[in-house]
Each structure stands twice: as C-alpha cells, then as structure tokens.
Design a protein around this ligand. Sequence first.
Ligand code: SF4
Ligand code: MSK
Length: 657
Amino acid sequence: MDTKKVAAKKKLLKPEDFTICEATARMIEKGRRDGVETSFDRAANMKPCPIGADSACCKHCSMGPCRLNAKDPYGKVGVCGATIDTIMARNFGRMVAAGAAAHTDHGMSMLDLFRDVVNGKITDYEIKDVYKLEKVAQSIGIETEGREIKDIANDLYDELERTYTQVEGEIPFVSRVPEKTLETWRKNGVVPRGAMREVMELIHRTHMGVDQHYENITKQCSRTALSDGWGGSMVATEISDILFGTPSPVAVDVNMGVLKENYVNIIVHGHEPNMFESMVASVNEPTLVEAAKAAGAEGINLVGMCCSGAEMMSRHGVPHAGNFMSTEAVLITGAVDAMCVDVQCIKQGLVKVAECYGTPLITTNPRCHIEGATHIDFDDHNPKACTDEVVIKAISRFKNRPAEIEIPNIRNTGIHGFSYEYINYMLGGTFRGSYKPLNDNIINGRIRGVAGIVGCTNPRVKHDWVHVELVKELIKNDVLVLQTGCSQISLAKAGLYTPEAAHLAGAGLQEVCETVGMPPCLGMGSCVDNSRILIAASEMVKVGGLGNSIAELPAAGCAPEWMSEKAISIGQYFVASGVYTVFGVSFPIVEETKFHKLLFEGLEAQGFGKWGFAEDPYEIARMMIAHIDKKRKELGIDKARERILIDMADRRAMDAA
Ligand code: SF4
Ligand code: MSK
C-alpha cells in the first residue's frame, strides 16, 4: 500500500488525537510508514450511520428495511406499522440476546470441559481449587461434608447444567441474589430460566409481528440478561476458578514492552482460558524450548491480550500486551511470532496486519474461523496438539523475522487478581474473612461508594482516555473502583494498579488503601468476570448496614468506551440487578421516546436500577457520584460519622458482640 496515496485520499488524524496509549500511538505511526491501516484509521474515515446509531431502522423483514426519523420519532411508522419504540426495543433486545449468547456459550464450554475432567475423559486439566469447588457447591445447596470430591463435582455439574437448559423454574445461582432484589425480579416476572430458553424466546419475540410492546420486550431483555450475569457468565467464572485456580494478587507487567526482542513472542487473544492454559504448558515443553533456542532465540515469551489475557494475568501473572484497541497495533511491532485467537472481539482486520509482518494469525475455536487466517482446531481432549503446533509455527516465523522490528519499551507493573474471595480475605483476614470492613468504611464515610468501571475500548472515542479520566475522578472523590476487561488494562497502563496510586485518591479512600496496602482500583479479571462484581454487591447487602437490596447500595457502574453487544447484555443485567449503569460513546436509542424513558427512569421506579448516558468522563463521574450520594442520603449515612478512636476494651466488646 502506498502511504502517501493513503494519506492524500484519507483523513489521517495524529495518533495522539485518538489514543493516550503511547505504545499504540507509536505503532500506528510505524504502521502508516509501513502502509498499514488500522481500525483507528477506518473509524476516522467511516462516519457511523446516523439512523443506525439512533436505532431508528428495522430490517427484520423484506417489507423493509424501514427507516424512521429520529428528529420526529412519532411522525412515521414502519411498513408493518411498527412504532419507533417497538423498533428500538427489538433492536436492543437482539443486542442483549447476542451478548448473553456469547457469554453463556463460553460458560457452557467451560462446563463441558469440567464434566469431562470430572469423569476422566479429559486428563490435561484437573480441579485446581477444591476449596472453591466446595464453596460453590454449598452456595447452591449441595451437601459437601464427608463426601468425595468427584461426587460433589458430579452434583455440581448436574445442577449448573440447568443454568443453560432449564425449561421452567429458577436457575441455581438465584440462591445468591439478595432476598429483596429477588422479590423485585419475581414481582416483575424476570427471574431467569435456562439461558437457552431465554435467548431463544427473546429472538422469537423480536421477530416481525410478535412482541410489539416495548415494555414487554424490555422485560424479556432483563430476564435474558440476568440469565447471562447470574447464569452463564457466573458459571464461566466459577468453573474457570475451580479448574484453573482462583485469582489472588500478583504483580504483572502490562503494555507492549512485555514483548522481548530476542525471544519467540506468542500472543494469545480472546476469551476462553482453556486454550491459554494449554499454551502455558506448550511454551514450557522442554523440546519446544530447545527448538526455540536452536532457532537462535533465548526462549519463548508468552503474552496475553484482551480478556483471556486479563484472566491469565490475574491467575498466573502472565504479562499482558494491551486491550482491544491495541491488538492490531501490537502486530506492527513486527516482534509477534504468532497470534493465537479463540472467540469474541477478534477483529477481522488483524488478518491484513498480520500478513504485512509475516505473523501467523491462528484461529483455534470451531466457532471462529477468519478468512485468510490459519485454522488449527483446539480440542480439549488433546489440547497440546493445537498449542504445540502454534509454538512450532512461531519458532519458524522467528527464524524468518523481518529485519526491522520495533518494540515500544513501555511496561507498567501493577497488582492484579482481586477476586471476590481475595477481597473477603484482604479485608477480614483468614479467620474473619468478611466484607464488613468495606461496609463499615462506606458507612463511616471514608469510602463514599463503589463503582464498577468495565468494558471495551472503542476508536470512536480517545482510546483509554475516557476510562482513565473517569477512574481518576472517582477515586479522587473517595469512590472505590472495581474493574474488569479492557478497562482494567487501560488503568494498568496509566499506572493506577499500584498501592502508591493511592495518593491520587481522596483522603478517606487513601487511608483505607494505605491501611490494607491495596491500589485504589481493584482488577477482577475479564468481561465474563463481571459476575464477581455481582457477587461482591450481594455480599455487601448480606453483610448489612447498606440496605436490603443491590438497588439500595451506594454504588454505580459504567462502560465508558463500550463497543460490543456483550456490553449491552452486561449493562442490562446490572440495571436489572439494581445498579445505576452509565454508558459512554453513544447509546442506541432516540431520546424523548417512551422506550428511552423506560430505560432511563421507568425501570428504577419498578425497583430495578436504571441506565444513564454521557460522553464526557467528568460528566459521567458527576452523574455516578450524585447517584452514590443520593443512595447515601436514603440510607441515612450522608453525613460521615464522627471518627472515634477506640481502645482495647472497646475492641474486645465489639469482638464479643
Ligand atoms: Fe419494516 Fe416492520 Fe419489516 Fe421492520 S418488521 S422491516 S418495521 S415492515
Ligand atoms: S475483550 S467485550 S473489548 S471488554 Fe472482553 Fe474487551 Fe469489551 Fe471485548
């Protein structure tokens, strides 16, 4: 590609205009010199369709596609008579269905793997966390006392399978939902059945000529999203912990500087941890390490990206090269000897970039082939057949690397791996693990509230910037931040995952961070691990003092740079669980319509949370803090309690109580 011609024809923004990630910016510049285009360039040259952005069009049948007018939303209806509210609710519903299907299919794959590990058909993996196995089993009423691990595991499989297949009745993890939140769900008829049923019903209801009442469609959106958050996603997280280990804090390097010039560099990018786990075994295989050395390398360097990268970073301290919007840029370094992907958030554009640098791009999951990429099928029953072959391909590419490689020498070390369980231990210790100290610090006002800042990065906004500014603003105002997914990587690159970053927090949060020795934001893993935030929220309710439902907590959520349908499903399950959830970038809806009013106000009146939207990070922070303050006031804890110094006698009296 002739760079000058590209520049002449297309609008080329300066990289620093669309990303604050220095490594990504440098690679975009190098890419332009090399004649390589990325999604940043394509976004700058392709305006979003304004009708689609408002969700004011429908192509559900061949009488259309029908376009309505967002400026006069009730001036026109579709050929079938569908109103703007029906059209928007159906489009929204299909996003929820797709997002929920992605997470639940991932969760079901983990459960399939678990079943075959337990029954001995798969021997390359094992149950690593027996303690967690027992805890999860107990949480859904399975007897564990004096029983064989295998028997408990078999019962757990049978129970959790219902998360997907259950035709009638409530799914198992509903037992973890605070009673009052569950009452709201029951009253509104949104307690989820199995995810297969919910997704199927939502797709059916959004078909031409079926559900044409936006309120009724929204109910099924909630029910389907809840089958993801408290169902498919939660199973994915819990089973992955049982099989591969529950995360606990670990120091990890993040950013493109984790690539090593003299090593065979292999990147794994995607969402399911099983292939990545097998890759860890392959890169440590002595014969392959020897082969890499024979090829002139010092060894093999395994690095993660995106969400499976976030999981492996949290569980095993595997270094992480960057989030979704850096996946093309990292290939431009020329230093990647193989990129191996599985499912979700894999840009098709990677094929061309990989081709330019002679990097093998390898798809591994039968659900995800990409035209132009090499496919090596990954089979849990013989996982190393695939991952060994990837390593061999990477070694061969190392031998034929392009002369010029450029690795931005930027690494940000931080502490990751704050699972729900570790937070419990960190705050309360081994014998008194509890969320009570967190609740106490919220009640006494040191911590103002809790925010879940999650989700993707998106070239329609300045990459990483919205995440970073928002989180800085929140911690400055004493809001403790829990994170997952690509957002966690944005903040890690900004240096906020060190205990020293506590100096950016307000005085109260700073004091708590310094006492416990924790960073002001806590990374909980991948986007499927948002279920950890739900469990933490439930625990805060159960511990007491902050109301009886999740909706009463001084808490809020946000995906400030979201892009995927999974994010919409996540947003809807947080809203349906009671959380005020603000999205940035854009929101697929026409304002001043009945559907808009329902999502942004009406759901809260029904006892759920509600949606919010703003592009500006400071405005988002203001909205979230205002909500947290409103909840504090409703709980009667709006005036920080006077701090009383207690002596040993007081402490003994408290312990006795
Ligand atoms: Fe148009 Fe109705 Fe068909 Fe949608 S379902 S394309 S609104 S006619
Ligand atoms: S990978 S869904 S860009 S968080 Fe989970 Fe990142 Fe969003 Fe994909």
